[in-house]
Design a binder for this molecule. Structure first.
Ligand SMILES: [Zn+2]
Length: 241
């Protein structure tokens, strides 16, 4: 029992927790450091291994060169080691390096199936424990229902994609996927101008098309501040012309 005198009302009418020395056992077991709890929880998730989990949606998002695909491949490989049935899908549009493989910028790869619509993913996912989807930003909006459908049927769905396009606008179905996901991980590249965490892929070449498949040379990861500077520099150049 907490002695009543130990509970002191605050100005807002809320009761403040008593100082530690007044706590009786049950109260003391309450978590006073939620950040430590979250770290612990994350470690537990990882240490649970890769046995068959409940259906869920995991989203890995970030700018270009942030390691999204590497993280997707890492999770898929672990599931494979656990002898789960896994399959990666990618939009047929993404044929940067190889038609059949999901290849990341550091050239680790895993076999994959190119599909031209989100509906095809459902067709090919029969009997899968884990379904990976790479470059999800290029899929149609039907991908949200497809992921929900799979997860509701016990499949672990891992989605990787660009959160924003080169103008900093949320990309395709990614915002909706993040909303319905059980878990979202935002990964970051390093700003090539100052070394901070990057948040956007700045397009260096002067093309106004939204879908321009990226490689080093066409895009540079920039932090918010350097991105603003780059934009104002470009405006100044344009008005000088
Ligand atoms: Zn920067």
């Amino acid at each position: 029992m907490i002695p009543l005198a130990a509970l002191r009302p605050l100005a807002g009418g809320y009761w403040r927790a008593p100082p530690l020395r007044f706590q009786s056992k049950p109260y003391g077991t309450q978590n006073r450091h939620p950040h430590i709890y979250n770290i612990r929880k994350r470690m537990t998730n990882e240490s649970q291994g890769e046995h068959r989990r409940q259906g869920r949606i995991e989203v890995i998002c970030g700018s270009m060169f942030s390691g999204k695909t590497e993280e997707l491949i890492r999770r898929m490989k672990r599931a494979k080691i656990a002898r789960q049935q896994v399959e990666i899908f990618k939009p047929a549009i993404d044929t940067r390096y190889s038609d059949e493989d999901v290849v990341s910028h550091d050239h680790t790869s895993i076999p994959s199936t190119p599909v031209d619509s989100s509906a095809a993913i459902l067709l090919f996912s029969e009997g899968m424990d884990v379904v990976g989807i790479d470059e999800a930003q290029f899929f149609d909006n039907g991908i949200v229902d497809v992921c929900n459908n799979l997860a509701n049927n016990g499949v672990r769905v891992i989605v990787a994609g660009l959160d924003m396009d080169y103008k900093g606008v949320p990309f395709g179905p990614m915002p909706a996927l993040m909303a319905v996901a059980d878990d979202v991980m935002k990964v970051h590249a390093i700003c090539v101008r100052c070394g901070s965490l990057a948040y956007v892929s700045h397009r260096i070449v002067d093309v106004d098309k939204r879908v321009l498949l990226g490689e080093t040379g066409e895009y540079e990861p920039l932090c918010r501040e350097c991105y603003q500077k780059a934009l104002s520099g470009r405006d100044a150049q344009a008005s000088a012309r």
